[in-house]
Design a binder for this molecule. Structure first.
Ligand code: ZN
Length: 682
């Protein structure tokens, strides 16, 4: 599970009043803006202090990460790789002279959006981008360049380039075609109406659900993650899984990943890491999900080294049924100093479990192997790039988490970059009710946001247990948002616990209020800046922030715990009783854990549909108008650093260098050139 940016940082930024564009360390954290996006850069502090072997390990693992890029593009939609090729042909062509027209500018913006989302649908909202240039203009450009010439050798492509255009044009321009990447609308056939490429075009939701229902054995106490690594298609009227393996679907990309993993192996940081790499290679070669579980278990055990990585089909947010995993990768190394913080939490995991407000039947009797650390990201790839998570907790398999534990990370250098890039945005001044509350958030905000992430990842996801016989995915389409909300509630509940002060994680018993305020403000109001007028909330994390905030607001109404007050026509969140709010959060945590542990689909659906999905149109309009005056990009993502090998005259590697000056479009074009591993149609 991954943890996306929380509250203020996510959309505005921290509340520091000072307005410095460049940080004291002279590093450019903020880069270009386009559409609703701000590009940032992260600094890989500490890389120069690593040993040469560790640097080589990171280098080879970073190649294994980047080379998987095309997989995600194809998973996000069956036309994406072809459209990317088409757009890049026009973007880079030097025969075109039309570089300053409005159409061209709109085209460049669109291309940057498509790169950012790894496809033609918004990375977060999941709706299809509507180009602001005309189809006629694009056709003129394509006529002017020899599009077919641009296609790589061996590409499975239609006979005539023009036929390809004809197929792609409606996909790009017609808003009715494939409007959503992931449709979560209750009552729709979620598979037929989602553009993501995890199921054949003619597979229905009920067929897919039945297919996987039949595979399950409710008595199996160690179930594999059914359906995780395949596309489900119909062949001759029969449903079959096309597995993603080195000789199956996505084979050419997976073969290259395996090649780089083999290069990395001799430099593994620990002997255990060599076992991990071997298991991962075996899994990519066989597609056997039992092997994947074995790999996860070995990976959880590998905690001694400094360098770590994940590379694989991991998170299921992109599949409306929550079964099939998008491909992603990250390479990182431990931030030893900051890890002290998370060690304190994991060392007390059992205490947190025992003292939570949850019914004892749903608690873990023994918390095993939760290892938590703060890491420095060295490269982001697949579904973690350019938009990324700031915390990750893996593996996702419930029985492995129960038997072997999980690894939880907070990505320190990314959070740091968000904070530094966002100083002085004016966001807090606009939306926070008064100076007193702004001061509170200024004083404690950054530290409490970090702690919230740690609690969410290293304790929240790891807490609780399913009752025997309840399957991992019994909450179906509501599973992701319930799980994310559960982890958030665990974090919120404990942020206010005196234990935090006792452990020295917050300075005093006031600090948690900063996080409570920003969480409620975000869930009730400000996250709406990411939603277009008339749209519902779709994304799992946004839904959970909404249902937590609205449930506590409604249930605290009688006691006047939280109010929405108006001042000069502007709405503000006012929290009257922080302690009562904590106890509401505790109640909701207990209920949500019950829903999860019992697999109570109906209750999950009611909670999410009632509090998490719908938007008050009037408040929405107001929030959008206020936000527009601030000129802040609601989404952020990262440009990766560039790694290069230094060699002596005999060709031996003497060092690995890192640089931070590559432009966003240059990086995307380089990746498309150097890491194009798949045919355009898969
Ligand atoms: Zn999470």
């Amino acid at each position: 599970m991954k943890f996306k940016l929380l509250s203020l940082m996510m959309i505005g930024g921290s509340l520091a009043i000072s307005c410095q564009q460049q940080s004291a360390d002279n590093f450019n954290y903020a880069d270009e803006k386009f559409a609703d996006i701000q590009m940032l850069r992260y600094k890989v502090a500490g890389f120069d202090q690593l040993t040469l072997d560790q640097k080589k390990l990171i280098y080879y693992l970073h190649e294994a990460a980047l080379v998987g890029r095309d997989i995600l593009w194809d998973q996000n939609g069956r036309y994406n790789l072809r459209i990317r090729k088409l757009l890049e042909s026009v973007y880079t062509s030097d025969v075109l002279t039309d570089k300053n027209s409005d159409n061209r500018k709109a085209f460049e913006e669109y291309t940057k959006q498509v790169w950012f989302s790894n496809g033609i649908h918004h990375h977060y909202g999941s709706t299809k981008f509507q180009p602001q240039f005309t189809e006629e203009w694009l056709r003129e450009q394509l006529d002017a360049i020899d599009y077919k010439e641009e296609l790589p050798e061996g590409t499975a492509i239609l006979e005539k380039a023009s036929e390809t255009w004809e197929e792609l044009m409606p996909v790009i321009f017609n808003p009715e075609i494939l409007p959503m990447r992931v449709n979560q609308k209750d009552g729709d056939d979620l598979i037929l109406t989602s553009a993501s490429n995890y199921y054949g075009v003619d597979v229905t939701q009920s067929e897919a659900e039945e297919f996987y229902e039949n595979m399950r054995d409710p008595k199996d106490s160690e179930p594999i993650m059914y359906g995780l690594n395949s596309r489900l298609v119909k062949e001759g009227g029969k449903l079959v899984e096309k597995k993603w393996t080195t000789d199956g679907l996505y084979g050419p990309a997976l073969q290259k990943i395996v090649y780089w993993l083999e290069q990395a192996k001799p430099y593994a940081d620990t002997d255990q890491q060599k076992i991990v790499i071997d298991k991962l290679i075996e899994y990519y070669q066989t597609g056997n999900l039992k092997t994947f579980d074995e790999y996860c278990i070995e990976w959880v055990k590998d905690t001694e080294g400094l360098v770590d990585f994940t590379n694989g089909f991991t998170e299921v947010y992109g599949d409306p049924l929550g079964l099939k995993a998008s491909w992603e990768a990250i390479v990182n190394f431990k931030d030893l100093k900051a890890t002290e913080r998370t060690k304190k939490l994991s060392a007390n995991a059992q205490w947190f479990e025992d003292n939570s407000p949850v019914d004892p039947r749903f608690k873990k009797e023994e918390c095993k192997g939760i290892s938590a650390k703060v890491i420095t990201a060295a490269i982001l790839a697949g579904d973690l790039y350019p938009s990324t998570a700031i915390g990750i907790n893996l593996p996702n398999s419930n029985w492995i988490r129960k038997e072997y534990g999980s690894k939880s990370v907070t990505i320190g250098n990314l959070t740091d970059a968000y904070n530094k890039a966002a100083r002085g945005s004016g966001f807090g001044k606009e939306f926070i009710i008064d100076q007193k509350t702004r001061d509170l958030i200024e004083k404690y905000g950054d530290a409490c946001d970090d702690l919230h992430t740690d609690l969410h990842e290293c304790l929240g996801h790891g807490s609780g247990r399913l009752l025997p016989g309840v399957s991992d995915d019994s909450l179906r389409a509501y599973g992701s948002t319930i799980e994310e909300g559960r982890a958030d509630l665990f974090a919120l509940y404990y942020l206010a616990d005196p234990k935090m002060v006792e452990l020295g994680l917050v300075p005093d018993q006031e600090a948690y209020k900063s996080n409570y305020y920003t969480y409620m403000m975000n869930g009730l109001m400000t996250q709406l800046v990411r939603i277009k007028p008339g749209h519902n909330i779709e994304e799992a994390h946004m839904r959970n922030r909404s249902w937590i905030a609205h449930w506590t607001y409604e249930n605290g109404k009688e006691a006047n715990v939280i109010e929405l007050v108006k001042n000069n026509g502007k709405t503000y969140v006012k929290i009257n009783d922080y302690e009562a709010l904590r106890s509401l959060l505790g109640q909701l945590l207990a209920e949500v854990q019950r829903i999860k542990s019992e697999g109570d689909f109906q209750a999950a659906r009611e909670l999410v549909e009632k509090y998490g999905v719908k938007v008050d149109p009037e408040l929405h309009e107001e929030v959008l108008a206020r936000y527009a005056t601030l000129n802040i990009s609601p989404y952020k993502g990262f440009i990766n650093p560039v790694y290069s090998l230094e060699k002596d005259t005999d060709g031996n590697i003497t060092d690995v260098k890192i640089s931070y000056d590559e432009k966003y479009d240059a990086q995307m074009l380089r990746y498309s050139r150097d890491y194009a591993t798949l045919p355009l149609i898969n």
